[in-house]
Structure formats: structure tokens, C-alpha cells
Ligand binder design. Structure first.
Ligand SMILES: NC(=O)c1ccc[n+]([C@@H]2O[C@H](COP(=O)([O-])OP(=O)(O)OC[C@H]3O[C@@H](n4cnc5c(N)ncnc54)[C@H](OP(=O)(O)O)[C@@H]3O)[C@@H](O)[C@H]2O)c1
Length: 338
């Protein structure tokens, strides 16, 4: 089968289209004919062994997002049928709900184990979830990583309620899912971006207030004012070092900052006092589990949401797709048609 894999050395140059023997499902496993994959920011980091020594030995099939059709069943598979359309779950070690622990966060696709950029995948039947039927393959492929992360941050961990004020940073995959979920939860959404063009697009998606973080680098005070002086209830934090000081200015007393990414730096020196005295909850998020996926998929189906797809590339254009991701020009998800 055709795959896209990091071959004999950790580097993006060694990520190539190659071939592997077709896998066969064992007992309790299914074989999936993959239809589409989607990119995440981590796919720029993985080939450089950015997640350290716990990563799988090479070769490693890349990407954590995808969708496919169940094509054959191993002995004893109970809950799935040939023809079901499924998304492989990001964590193959954190299937059922509940709190994460070290063991549950051990095995993620396209990092510690082979990912979705393959003609076929073989996984345990519990390692997948049904894709919402109203989505096409490209849309469905974009759900397992960014969408589950946004859902976990806003719903599972924080219980965002109607009328809550939510600050979303940027217009990448996680952020636009966060915007869509916050709106169906009835929240008031403020979104910051580096681009006025992108800000006009999010206004069309229902964002209540927008700010350009390039033209207003000290956006924290302005966000606080927009939120009525007390600050926002929840922040979807993807910047880290470069954004957290402003986020701390924007958050209300008792509010939650979901720390999801460190796009603007991962180390910092900040006064910690306000986090204590203002009772701020700084919540780390690492995607989620099958219950998160299934609950999110129900909400996506009920509200007929469609993920924002920026551009679609062919399988053999994967390097162009990764370059496009790296350019930061995208708005939402970049997908790959298999
Ligand atoms: N913890 C988890 O479970 C988890 C899961 C998925 C992703 N992540 C992390 O979350 C981050 C976003 O991932 P993604 O896949 O959504 O990335 P992405 O699609 O590449 O989106 C990145 C977007 O972030 C915005 N951004 C960059 N620097 C910013 C800054 N200083 N202030 C505000 N916004 C900024 C930009 O939006 P504009 O172009 O609009 O400015 C950019 O387009 C990455 O760090 C990724 O590793 C973590």
C-alpha cells in the first residue's frame, strides 16, 4: 500500500511517499480503506522528532487526522460493519472517557504509532468512531485532533454556558472549531487574528467581536473592555509565551485559560501572583477520548456544522500541503484526498 512516512532519519526531508505491505486485521480489529486525511500544526514538528524519545522508531506513517470506510473485519468484531465510515481516534490508548493519566496519553497516531497517511489502516474496533453522516470525507477527516481538542477545552473541561464570553486566538484548525462550538453553546465570542481578511471571514461565521493582534499588540485591555470590564470567562490559548500575558489581562476572576498550543513560544517568565489572587484556572489540554469525539459528533450533526476547509491537496502533493500549513496563510483545515 501507498504511505507517506518519515523513513530512515528524523527530518522533513526524509518524509517521503513509499510503500508498505497491505495490513490484515487480526481478532477484534478492522481494516479501513482511508479516504482522506487532514493536517495539524504538529505534523510540522513530528518529522523533526519534536515530541522526543517516546516517539515511534522509524519508519513512521504520518498524520493523526483521517476518515475511511471499514473494508474488512477481524474475528470477533461486534460493533462495526463493513461499509461503516469511521475516523481513527487520535489517542489509541485513551478510548473511554474519564480523566487522562500517563498510560492513556502514551499512543497517538502519527507520533508514537503509525498515522492516517496510508491507503489502509488496521486498528482495534474500539479505536475508531463513526463520522457524522452529513459531512463529506474531507470535512470528516478534519475532526479527530483539532475539533476534539476544542470540544474538550470548551465542553468537557469547562462547561461553557449560554452567555459566557469566550476569547479565541487565531484562525487555524483548533481555533475555528472552538469558534463554532462556542457559538452553538450560546457564548459571546471574541476572536483575534493577524489578518483583517481572516477577521472578515470569521465575522461571516458569527463571531461577535474581532481584533487584529498585530495592529493591537496590547489586546488584553481591549478584550477586557469588550467583555464589559470584568474580562472573559474562557480563553482558547494557542500562543503560549507570546499571548499568555495578554490573556491574563483579558481573563475574569475565576475564569479558565485552556492552554492548547505554544505557537508564540513555550517558555516564559511572568508574574504568577495574578493567577493566584484572581483565582484563574490554567488548564492544559491534550486532545481527548472517544466519548469526547462521540459527544462532539452528535453536536456537529444536530447543528449541521461544517468544518472550515481551507484547501485540499492530492496524496502526492503532501509536501505542498505541509508548506502551505507552514506559511500560516490558511484559514481552518488543510485536507488531503486519498
Ligand atoms: N494540546 C492539544 O491537544 C493540541 C491539539 C491540537 C493542536 N494543538 C496546538 O495548538 C496550536 C494550534 O494548532 P492548529 O493545528 O490549530 O494550528 P494551525 O491550524 O496552524 O493554526 C495556527 C493559527 O494560530 C494563530 N496564531 C499564531 N500565532 C498566534 C499568536 N501569537 N496569537 C494569536 N494567534 C496566533 C494563527 O492565526 P491567524 O493566522 O489568524 O493569526 C495561525 O493561523 C499548535 O500549537 C498545536 O500544536 C494542541
Amino acid at each position: 500500500m501507498r504511505v507517506f512516512q518519515v523513513e530512515d532519519n528524523w527530518s522533513m526531508e526524509n518524509a517521503r511517499i513509499g510503500s508498505r505491505p497491505d495490513p490484515l486485521p487480526g481478532p477484534g480489529e478492522i481494516r479501513i480503506k482511508m479516504k482522506a486525511s487532514a493536517l495539524n500544526y504538529r505534523d510540522l514538528i513530528v518529522p523533526e522528532r519534536g515530541y522526543g524519545s517516546r516517539m515511534k522508531t522509524l519508519p513512521l506513517i504520518m498524520l493523526s487526522d483521517g476518515v475511511g470506510i471499514v473494508e474488512s473485519l477481524g474475528e470477533g468484531v461486534k460493533h462495526l460493519r463493513v461499509g461503516d465510515r469511521v475516523c481513527p481516534l487520535f489517542f489509541q490508548s485513551w478510548i473511554r472517557g474519564g480523566e487522562p493519566n500517563k498510560k492513556k496519553l502514551l499512543l497517538s497516531l502519527g507520533c508514537e504509532m503509525d498515522g492516517t497517511m496510508a491507503e489502509f489502516m488496521v486498528l482495534p474496533e474500539g479505536g475508531v468512531a463513526l463520522a457524522p453522516v452529513h459531512l463529506d470525507d474531507l470535512e470528516a477527516s478534519s475532526l479527530p485532533t483539532a475539533a476534539v481538542t476544542a470540544w474538550r477545552a470548551l465542553v468537557t473541561e469547562s462547561g461553557v454556558k449560554p452567555g459566557d464570553k469566550v476569547l479565541v486566538q487565531g484562525t487555524g484548525g483548533v481555533s475555528l472549531f472552538a469558534l463554532q462550538f462556542a457559538k452553538i453553546l450560546g457564548a459571546y465570542v471574541i476572536l483575534i487574528s493577524s489578518s483583517d481578511d481572516k477577521l472578515s471571514k470569521v465575522r461571516a461565521m458569527g463571531v461577535d467581536e474581532t481584533l487584529n493582534y498585530r495592529s493591537i499588540p496590547e489586546w488584553g485591555k481591549r478584550v477586557r473592555e469588550i467583555a464589559g470590564g470584568d474580562g472573559v470567562d474562557h480563553i482558547v490559548e494557542v500562543g503560549g509565551q507570546g499571548t499568555l500575558p495578554q490573556s491574563l489581562r483579558s481573563i475574569r476572576t475565576g475564569g479558565t485559560i485552556s492552554l492548547i498550543g505554544v505557537l508564540a513560544g513555550g517558555k516564559m517568565d511572568i508574574p504568577l501572583g495574578p493567577i493566584v489572587t484572581r483565582h484563574v484556572r490554567l488548564q492544559g489540554i491534550t486532545v481527548g477520548n472517544r466519548d469526547d469525539f462521540s459527544n462532539m459528533a452528535k453536536a456537529i450533526a444536530h447543528h449541521r456544522l461544517h468544518p472550515a476547509i481551507d484547501r485540499t491537496f492530492a496524496f502526492d502533493e503532501i509536501h505542498h500541503a505541509l508548506e502551505h500549513l507552514s506559511s500560516g496563510q490558511h484559514f481552518g483545515k488543510i485536507t488531503i484526498k486519498h
